[in-house]
Design a protein around this ligand. Structure first.
Ligand code: ZN
Length: 249
């Protein structure tokens, strides 16, 4: 079984389309949430995500954009969430509002899919201490998470927990980085953000998990970032949401 892992698409249709076009063959899609918010094409992105299967974890932006209230967001995020609420069709809003809060187990006890931390979708898995807590709460062999918009993970071999990051051969073009997964270790892994990377690399991020070969491959793929930026500006969304896409921050 081969799974395509996507997370934090954030309404960025050109990035999502580039990922789907570049992804090697897969059997299932595991979506770790934040399908909408920030980007200018929430309806198109939701429609695509809906057609790709049932393993979809709710992100904090999905929750905010499909409910009447905006939580404790930054002013930028709150503005974008209100804009998204207004443009989402009733049907797409309803679909988003019914997404389940994290903790999906698409392979029984082996894999856990969450948005933020296993117990709380709004919390960020950003450092070793959080990785340790996540490993404790999850108990799965691999926990896939999103929310931070960083393509990285941690490996635990019982002795210690080590940061795992892809080392790509170039900063342009499509690239990949493979990680052999050991049955004797446990992992927390973020496929990276499709639509708003914040790890300094503007290219759309995703990952492929091969359960038979016990292998994870992190990918980056260029996309039509100028189109995504133009749509954000034309929609009247804050210009910074367009500017940040080109720098990947
Ligand atoms: Zn996000």
């Amino acid at each position: 079984m081969v799974a395509l892992l996507v997370s934090d698409i954030h309404g960025n249709l050109p990035a999502f389309e580039a990922v789907l076009a570049a992804a090697p063959q897969y059997d299932v899609v595991w979506n770790l949430g934040d399908i909408v918010g920030y980007g200018a094409n929430p309806n198109e992105v939701v429609q695509l995500a809906r057609n790709l299967g049932k393993i979809v974890v709710r992100g904090n932006h999905d929750r905010a954009c499909s409910s009447g209230t905006i939580p404790d967001f930054s002013p930028l995020a709150a503005y974008a969430a209100r804009w998204t609420q207004e443009v989402l069709t009733k049907e797409n809003q309803l679909w988003l509002s019914k997404l389940r809060r994290g903790g999906l187990r698409p392979l029984g006890s082996r894999v856990l899919c969450v948005h933020g931390m296993p117990n709380y979708e709004d919390e960020y898995l950003t450092h070793k201490g959080r990785a340790q807590s996540a490993l404790k709460a999850s108990r799965a062999w691999i926990t896939f998470f999103g929310h931070t918009h960083f393509q990285e993970g941690w490996i635990s071999d019982k002795q210690e927990i080590t940061l795992l990051r892809p080392n790509f051969p170039s900063t342009d073009g499509p690239v990949r980085f493979e990680v052999a997964l050991s049955p004797n270790c446990r992992y927390v892994i973020n496929p990276g953000s499709v639509g708003q990377p914040r790890d300094g690399d503007w290219r759309a991020a995703f990952a492929i998990f091969d359960d038979v070969q016990s292998k994870l491959t992190w990918h980056r793929v260029p996309y039509k970032v100028l189109t995504a930026q133009r749509r954000i500006r034309r929609a009247g969304l804050p210009p910074y949401l367009a500017d940040r896409l080109r720098i990947g921050r």
